[in-house]
Design a protein around this ligand. Structure first.
Ligand SMILES: [Zn+2]
Length: 256
């Protein structure tokens, strides 16, 4: 029986860490958790033990400016029963050569991109439960999310994770454009620009980027890979929407 779901690794080059998240069946949430890590799926080391965890940050993900391709497995113990999760790899099954070359390209781009704009990435907490303050308990429908201070318009409890340091290269300044509404019901006007960013962490629609110098805040839209080596993405070109100053997301706190 697999009691684990949604086991994912989210690598972040800028923060030198990988975020491992998972969900577990309700009756095991108060169990005793172990996070195991391996370089080759044969020898495993225990890197965390503890209670009531749904995520773990592995700070050994970047060692001497190189990304490490690790395998992870989670176990949960309750009374005398222990369950194991599937094994998940940071980059999936790629060859050692491919991985090494991708690392070299990534480091080159890392230097270039650090001459751009310093940003903080706020990942939307998409693995959190629905926001209790703006979700109708009976129907599960989201209501009034754009004013909600519990989820900052994300619909997920807590809204955003902690800030991740990174950089972006702006390809254009924000310009007025017509975009599709989030709910698919028509279009609206927005300030849109294109940026290039490292692929770690992977950006998803709804994440937020903060320009550290100006505190301008952007909502991440569609991304397309700009550079890929083997199956490993290096850079993404991403469309971003400049949020208006009265947007609730300007109330997400961060420290320079
Ligand atoms: Zn909410």
């Amino acid at each position: 029986m697999n009691v684990f779901r949604e086991l994912k690794v989210l690598p972040s080059y800028g923060k030198h860490s990988a975020l491992i998240t998972w969900e577990v069946d309700t009756e095991y949430r108060d169990g005793f958790f172990t996070v195991l890590r391996s370089k080759d799926e044969t020898e495993w080391e225990t890197i965390f033990t503890g209670n009531a965890e749904t995520q773990y940050v592995d700070h050994d993900f970047v060692i001497r400016n190189r990304l490490a391709n690790f395998f992870y497995q989670i176990t949960v113990q309750k009374k005398t029963v222990t369950h194991k999760s599937d094994v998940v790899a940071t980059f999936g099954p790629v060859s050692r050569e491919c991985f090494g070359t991708a690392n070299v390209i990534l480091q080159d781009w890392g230097k270039k991109i650090q001459q751009g704009t310093a940003v903080k990435i706020f990942k939307q907490l998409a693995y959190n439960p629905p926001c209790p303050a703006c979700t109708d308990a009976d129907t599960g429908q989201k209501i009034g999310t754009t004013l909600c201070k519990v989820c900052f318009a994300t619909g997920y409890e807590g809204g955003f994770g902690e800030a991740i340091d990174s950089w972006m290269l702006k390809a254009s300044e924000p310009a007025r454009a017509t975009i599709d509404m989030e709910d698919g019901m028509g279009t609206r006007d927005a300030q849109i620009c294109q940026v290039r960013m490292l692929a770690y962490p992977t950006l998803r629609r709804g994440d937020m980027i903060v320009d550290v110098g100006r505190d301008d805040r952007y909502l991440v839209g569609a991304s397309t890979p700009f550079s890929v080596f083997g199956k490993l993405p290096i850079l993404y070109d991403t469309q971003m929407e400049l949020l208006r100053r009265n947007d609730i997301r300007y109330q997400v706190g961060w420290i320079k």
